[in-house]
Design a protein. Structure first.
Length: 579
């Protein structure tokens, strides 16, 4: 590592400790960004490589750079810390602002478009008016007055002449008679043309039918015509020239419907046969690797059936089931029994730990109880159900409980997942580790109860929402009870041949003094022999609980020195130094 400037920019950076590139990243940052962070311009001028709060950079003592294209406090241009949530929030705010501006611009554009449309309509009207060169061309009132005067004069003439009225009445009757005659003539011509057309069509159809009948095969006519006659009802046999086409379409549709039904039946049978072939191929891949699941391969499947019947394999079915019942079910039952023993062992351990926890005051008048509930994970639940299904009704010895092929397939499915199915090996390995680890069958929690009536004060499913001291206190309590179980200690026993040595490394470094005293009191009550490795700032808390101390000193990181003192020697030397 190069030696860094006391005010180096690199000293203001923190690298995530668990990253795999910690050493390389630390070295590269020190080599490339060893800039002195300057508060004033005078200090900036004195340094060879420097950086100001305004973003001015000096490199090599000569080159100065400053990028004023963006504000330094623009959170959309950088990420501060190990999370990009602040940058995402800034980008979202910027996006919302741009959306508002776009919406306002869109509304303004729509308003201008409406104004332009209104002006276009007005311009069109003005263009229409520009055609007329004089107002008289548009003045309709004089013309209307003249028309009204002429109509009035006409009415006066008509009312004053009886001959004219008579002639007008006769003229109206004649015109009506002429119109009726013309209408009748037009209708008669239409009927004539339509009937002529129908007659021509009927003659052509008759000629076509005669030609078709004359050219048809005699045997076909003798075979199919009677069947068609049988399909016709009484109403169908009354056929006219007009109804021939309709009757033909109806009969064709009826025949097509029957054909479609038969085709559907054939298709379903074909699918059923192919499905049976596919299932058979899946069960016996080695015997059917050269045979396709299709109707064309039916002779091959028929030959295999004949061979099976000739070999007499069904005679060995009973013996096969007996062997399955004696071996496979026994192994599955033993496997299931072993898992249940592991589960019972965990419950017994929890019960023994709870016996130790009962003697430890977690809070005044209260103690901790560990509870083990069933884990509701669907994969674990389904695995337990599958194991039960494999052994249900197989150990009673009755005729109805023989180990059937269906149960063999259940066992086979579980074993295949244990081995790893093709294309799902990693997924099946993870599933196997999960369902066969009995610890995953439980959901552990802690219950804080009153000693007086054993009622629950608080329930802990995890340490979320608790303060640091509460988390440490709960951890020390469970740790003490676990040590008591692990060493086989009886509560309150002071003389024993059991091993009681416990080494705690980096102990109590970040915990509170209160939780540290609580933990040490627990270990003292268990009569444990402790070797505590801890920073010096906790020595005043640990001092009342230890008989000796050892100070480790290392100046240059390559040579460590240890000094051992009894607690009395340590206190005497501390008093002499204080004096």
């Amino acid at each position: 590592m190069p030696e860094l400037h006391p005010r180096s920019l690199v000293r203001k950076l923190a690298i995530r400790p668990e990253t795999d590139f910690y050493v390389w990243l630390e070295s590269d940052l020190a080599r490339r960004f060893d800039y002195a962070c300057c508060e004033t311009l005078d200090q900036f001028r004195r340094e060879e490589r420097a950086l100001t709060r305004a973003g001015q950079i000096k490199a090599g003592g000569e080159r100065h750079e400053k990028d004023d294209r963006y504000r330094l406090d623009d959170r959309t241009r950088f990420v501060l810390g190990w999370s990009n949530e602040a940058k995402i929030a800034a980008l979202e705010n910027q996006a919302r602002g741009l959306e508002q501006r776009m919406q306002a611009g869109g509304e303004k554009i729509a308003q201008l478009n409406r104004q332009r449309a209104s002006l276009d309509d007005r311009l069109g009207l003005l263009r229409q008016l520009s055609v007329f060169t004089s107002f008289r061309d548009l003045d309709w009132k004089p013309v209307a007055v003249e028309i009204e005067a002429l109509e009035k004069e006409k009415r006066q003439l008509e009312q004053g002449s009886d001959v004219l009225r008579t002639l007008q009445a006769q003229l109206a009757d004649v015109e009506q008679a002429i119109a009726e005659t013309k209408a009748e003539l037009a209708k008669a011509n239409e009927d004539k043309a339509r009937l002529s057309e129908r007659a021509d069509i009927a003659r052509r159809q008759l000629d076509e039918c005669r030609t078709l009948v004359s050219t048809s095969d005699k045997d076909a006519k003798a075979h199919y015509f009677p069947r068609l006659e049988g399909m016709l009802s009484d109403g169908d046999r009354r056929i006219t020239v007009e109804s021939c086409d309709g009757r033909e379409r109806e009969l064709r549709d009826r025949l097509q419907e029957q054909i479609d039904k038969e085709d559907h039946k054939i298709s379903r049978l074909r699918e059923k046969i192919v499905a049976g072939m596919t299932a058979y191929n899946g069960l016996y891949p080695s015997e059917t690797r050269e045979v396709d699941a299709s109707l064309e391969a039916a002779p091959d499947y028929r030959k295999m059936l004949v061979d099976l019947q000739a070999d007499g394999l069904p005679r060995f079915e009973t013996r096969f089931k007996e062997l399955l019942n004696e071996n496979t079910i026994r192994e599955i039952a033993n496997f299931q029994s072993q898992l249940h023993l592991e589960r019972q062992s965990i419950r017994e351990r929890i019960e023994k730990i709870n016996q130790s926890l009962h003697e430890i005051d977690y809070n005044p008048g209260r103690f901790i109880v560990l509870e083990d509930d069933h884990n509701g994970d669907p994969e674990i639940r389904d695995f337990q159900q599958d194991l039960r299904s494999c052994t249900e009704g197989t150990l009673t010895g009755s005729e109805d409980s023989q180990y059937s092929e269906a149960k063999f397939l259940q066992v086979k499915a579980i074993i295949e997942r244990f081995r790893g199915r093709e294309g799902m090996t990693d997924l099946d390995k993870r599933w196997t580790r999960k369902v066969t680890d009995v610890r995953n069958w439980f959901a552990f929690s802690a219950s804080e109860r009153w000693r007086e009536d054993n009622s629950e004060h608080e329930h802990y499913t995890d340490s979320g929402g608790k303060s640091g001291g509460q988390k440490e206190k709960l951890a020390y309590t469970v740790l003490a009870a676990s040590l008591a179980y692990q060493f086989g200690l009886e509560w309150g026993e002071t003389r024993s041949r059991s091993f009681r040595f416990v080494l705690i490394d980096e102990a109590f470094g970040r915990g509170s003094d209160e939780s540290t005293r609580y933990g040490l009191e627990l270990f003292k009550r268990l009569s444990l022999q402790l070797l505590v490795v801890t920073p010096l700032q906790k020595i005043h808390v640990i001092e009342p609980f230890v008989a000796a101390v050892g100070f480790v000193h290392n100046d240059e990181g390559s040579r460590s020195m240890l000094r051992n003192l009894t607690i009395e020697e340590y206190r005497a030397e501390r008093l002499s130094r204080a004096g």
